[in-house]
Design a protein around this ligand. Structure first.
Ligand SMILES: NC(=O)c1ccc[n+]([C@@H]2O[C@H](COP(=O)([O-])OP(=O)(O)OC[C@H]3O[C@@H](n4cnc5c(N)ncnc54)[C@H](OP(=O)(O)O)[C@@H]3O)[C@@H](O)[C@H]2O)c1
Length: 299
């Protein structure tokens, strides 16, 4: 079994790597040697020739595409590159996966929705992205579904954080320790997702018969931690756990304009992934505690 994970230096790629190196020691069905992790040095998704060259020399049974153009604000000015990585590279990988008879897991985002619904989105709700990043991720989803009507799976996730790199949690910890007060928007609602939880869900899915069976129809699944909060509440909880005395002022999105518009309420219903793959979903507060504990151990 050869399983490729792209984006090895990203939050999700590193979280899968960590889990593979630890969990597999107690699981005889899966060996760390099955996994190959690659970054842009080996496989540059902005280059068609890099992609064909890499896959020309390497064949896989499963491809987990964690690499993406993820800079939501910068994408507004960098639409061509975002489209190449989030759409055209996905198209090329889907064609390659078909040729290699590999199964493909691809990651997408709650930002394919406009956030105007008051109910959590289910997978079949109509997307309507309101920023360039969301638009490029949506066309990536669509081209993948067209080219691979079977043997692929798309996971939409949201507000990803981890003990790796720069993310909302690490940024708040850094700023909170430095500043007396911070302004955080309280009119954008979402669900945080601890990358280690998502990594665990992905490893469960690739072992599952419903994924391994040949010819299963390609489906979209939502995944985030449980709980719907604003960025303001998220920051308050981070400071509470770490006993950081930084005042968090609620502000509106209008008071804090960003180059890319964000959905107002991009909440996702996770019933499908729970039912089909028997995935257990942790509450956002308990996962946040776990992540902060690990971050402290690393310091
Ligand atoms: N972060 C979020 O809040 C969030 C929310 C919803 C959905 N998602 C989706 O979840 C997935 C994982 O996100 P993440 O937070 O783990 O992302 P991340 O930490 O930003 O990692 C993305 C990875 O993609 C790599 N990459 C970017 N351009 C590349 C290129 N041209 N060639 C090869 N690799 C390239 C980056 O490489 P370098 O390290 O070399 O830059 C990075 O390692 C993505 O599909 C993302 O769209 C993320």
């Amino acid at each position: 079994m050869r399983i490729l994970v792209t984006g090895k230096n990203g939050q999700l790629g590193r979280s899968i790597q960590k889990l593979v190196n630890t969990a597999t020691k107690i699981d005889n069905n899966q060996s760390p040697n099955d996994f190959i992790f690659v970054g842009r040095e080996e496989l540059d998704l902005s280059s068609e020739s890099s992609i064909s060259h890499y896959f020309g020399n390497n064949k896989f049974d499963i491809i987990i595409n964690c690499a993406a153009y993820t800079q939501v604000d910068r994408a507004e000015q960098d639409a061509e590159l975002a489209n190449q990585i989030n759409h055209l590279a996905v198209k090329q990988i889907a064609n390659i996966a078909n040729n290699q008879q590999a199964k493909l897991i691809h990651l997408s985002t709650d930002y394919v929705f406009d956030g105007e619904s008051d109910k959590p989105y289910i997978e079949t709700d109509k997307p309507n992205p309101i920023n360039t990043y969301g638009k490029t991720k949506l066309v990536g989803e669509k081209v993948l579904q067209t080219l691979m009507p079977t043997n692929a799976l798309i996971i939409r996730t949201s507000w990803l954080y981890s003990e790796y790199g720069n993310n909302f949690v690490s940024t708040m910890l850094r700023l909170g320790r430095k500043l007396d007060e911070l302004n955080l928007v309280n009119d954008q609602m979402g669900s945080p997702t601890y990358a280690a939880d998502l990594a665990d869900a992905i490893l469960k899915i690739i072992k599952h018969k419903k994924f391994r069976d040949e010819g299963r129809t390609t489906q979209i699944y939502n995944y985030s931690n449980e709980g719907d909060i604003s960025w303001h509440e998220f920051a308050k909880e981070i400071f509470k756990i770490e006993k950081i005395e930084c005042k968090v002022n609620p502000v509106t999105s209008q008071q804090y304009p960003t180059p890319a518009k964000r959905p107002r309420k991009a909440l996702m219903n996770k019933d499908k992934i729970v039912e089909v793959f028997n995935i257990k979903i942790s509450n956002w507060k308990s996962s946040l505690n776990t992540c902060i504990t690990i971050l402290k151990q690393q310091q």
